[in-house]
Write a protein that binds this ligand. Structure first.
Ligand SMILES: [Zn+2]
Length: 183
């Protein structure tokens, strides 16, 4: 269950339409950032616990789950704490495609070497992409795995099946030069 105080913070952010674009250039997304810092406290342990124990579906209570996740993980202030939270999320990821995707794309890929959980997150995202057949997640897995993408026949087969209706995925597959010809 999500810490009620943290859930209240998310609901307040939605009600006030706080900006949740971490790199917004038109407004400084200070309100949500400051609220997270206040919530986290000096050692950030309160935020670590709230995020680690969160019901992941509650991210969609805010108007910008993507930005809220990125800013909340950013408010932890260290990769070590981000790793603690992602370790806690991994077994509870279920079919949360968008959460798997935003973490893969915005958190794990840019810090793949530094995050202990990275390879397991990528594997979980790959399993989910095959199971749910999600073209966006597959596209982002191509960007993440690059030539290693073709080492997973299940990923390649799923991507091939979906590419016709998904131009971005089609393009990503095309750029992947080493993709073997259709069997
Ligand atoms: Zn903004």
């Amino acid at each position: 269950m999500t810490d009620p105080a943290f859930l209240a913070l998310l609901h307040h952010a939605r009600a006030e339409r706080w900006c949740m674009d971490p790199y917004c250039t038109t407004c400084e997304p200070a309100e949500f950032r400051e609220a997270l810092a206040t919530f986290a406290g000096e050692d950030r342990s309160r935020l670590v616990t709230a995020l680690a124990t969160m019901d992941l579906a509650d991210w969609f209570d805010v108007h910008n789950a993507d930005g809220a996740i990125r800013m909340s993980l950013g408010a932890l202030g260290s990769l070590e704490l981000v790793n603690v939270v992602l370790e806690a999320w991994l077994p509870r990821l279920g079919d949360q495609i968008r959460i798997a995707d935003v973490v893969l794309n915005r958190v794990v890929r840019p810090r793949r070497e530094a995050l202990a959980v990275a390879e397991r997150w990528i594997d979980a995202a790959a399993d989910l992409a095959v199971r749910v057949e999600d073209p966006v997640l597959l596209e982002h897995l191509i960007f993440t795995l690059r030539e290693d993408f073709v080492r997973r026949p299940d990923l390649v087969a799923t991507a091939r099946r979906l590419r016709k209706g998904a131009p971005a995925l089609h393009k990503a597959l095309q750029r992947l030069k080493s993709v073997p010809p259709s069997a």
